[in-house]
Write a protein that binds this ligand. Structure first.
Ligand SMILES: *[C@@H]1O[C@H](CO)[C@@H](O)[C@H](O)[C@H]1NC(C)=O
Ligand SMILES: *[C@@H]1O[C@H](CO)[C@@H](O)[C@H](O)[C@H]1NC(C)=O
Ligand SMILES: *[C@@H]1O[C@H](CO)[C@@H](O)[C@H](O)[C@H]1NC(C)=O
Ligand SMILES: *[C@@H]1O[C@H](CO)[C@@H](O)[C@H](O)[C@H]1NC(C)=O
Length: 298
């Protein structure tokens, strides 16, 4: 194989690896951002005159079946004094929403069977759907101002998330709390009580356990795949080189023999390739050497 051909094969191999990594790469985070934008618009569209302190179910179009959304509008002052408890989330008193506004809206999400579509924790398995709570400022004109998120400053006890409400099947491993931040990063924390996580900010939460089995099986599979490919490829190259060398050696021997014979007057077709003199038969034999076209089909 000449240098150029080798380079072509190598770059093909590299681009194959690159393509496979692209297929496995994640798209989740931007997806979730656009889901959130969509949910905010849906809330404002569906509930025009919200009553303060009432939890509303937001119905979603059928392409989001499985996701549950609840919203509530609160007076910031009463939120600070009383906190608010809903579903898994217990927000105690003395949590200060920022920026300082008269009203706020909390949007609760249960991503249900869509959780792993939007979020994943590499090497861990999610035990529960992803639950989220996000706070927005609220005005007369809109249930929530989707461009003004609120942050929480915890002055007293932290927020508690009780996953005991969710059907759980952790067998041997102790679950670990996970928070997905707005920037897409993942934070781990131990549970403070069985199936209870503490939170210091709004965001999206779930429980995970290490995915021993999936991980090792997956890795073994991937390793096996790559190894198999490399071994097969190297083997093929070596085989081709050996075959070429054998054929050349055999031909050289035969040419010498034929040359000796032809000195005796017998006619024989020979070709010159580079500096090697080859008989016609060997030309036909050396033709099926590795062609790039075969690789392009993978
Ligand atoms: C909201 O939906 C839940 C079930 O998903 C139901 O139990 C609850 O009554 C609904 N609330 C309202 C106000 O419709
Ligand atoms: C779902 O449908 C709504 C319109 O009903 C559309 O605005 C939205 O982009 C769709 N989302 C996805 C993920 O298909
Ligand atoms: C979630 O489940 C619903 C049916 O309950 C289905 O229509 C929807 O396609 C599922 N979503 C995903 C991402 O699998
Ligand atoms: C979480 O708990 C494990 C033991 O279950 C312990 O080894 C680890 O240090 C703890 N992590 C934190 C951040 O407390």
């Amino acid at each position: 194989m000449d240098h150029q051909k080798w380079w072509q094969v190598k770059s093909l191999f590299v681009s194959l690896m690159f393509l496979s990594s692209l297929v496995k790469g994640s798209k989740s985070y931007e997806d979730h951002e656009s889901l959130e934008n969509f949910l905010c618009k849906q809330v404002n569209k569906e509930i025009v005159k919200p009553r303060t302190g009432v939890f509303y179910n937001i119905s979603l179009p059928s392409n989001y079946t499985g996701i549950k959304v609840r919203v509530v509008r609160l007076r910031a002052a009463s939120f600070f004094v009383r906190g608010v408890s809903f579903s898994l989330f217990n927000i105690p008193p003395h949590v200060v929403p920022q920026p300082n506004r008269k009203r706020m809206t909390i949007l609760y999400e249960n991503l249900g069977n869509w959780s792993s579509h939007y979020y994943n924790v590499p090497n861990y398995k999610m035990l529960t759907p992803v639950f989220g709570f996000t706070a927005y400022t609220s005005s007369e004109s809109a249930f929530l101002d989707d461009n003004e998120k609120m942050n929480f400053i915890i002055e007293g006890n932290p927020i508690k998330i009780r996953f005991s409400h969710v059907g759980l099947h952790a067998k041997n491993d102790t679950p670990i709390c996970v928070k997905f931040s707005d920037d897409g990063s993942v934070e781990f924390k131990n549970m403070t009580k069985p199936y209870v996580c503490e939170a210091y900010s709004t965001g999206h939460y779930t429980l995970v356990v290490p995915s021993h089995k999936e991980k090792s099986e997956n890795q073994r599979f991937n390793k096996g795949l790559v190894l198999g490919f490399v071994i097969g490829f190297v083997g093929l190259v070596v085989l081709v080189l050996v075959l070429v060398a054998l054929v050349k050696a055999a031909d050289r021997k035969r040419i010498r023999k034929f040359e000796r014979n032809s000195e005796g007057g017998e006619p024989f077709d020979t070709f010159w390739i580079g500096e090697t003199k080859l008989p016609l038969a060997s030309m036909i034999r050396t033709q099926p050497v590795l062609e790039n076209d075969d690789f392009a089909h993978y």
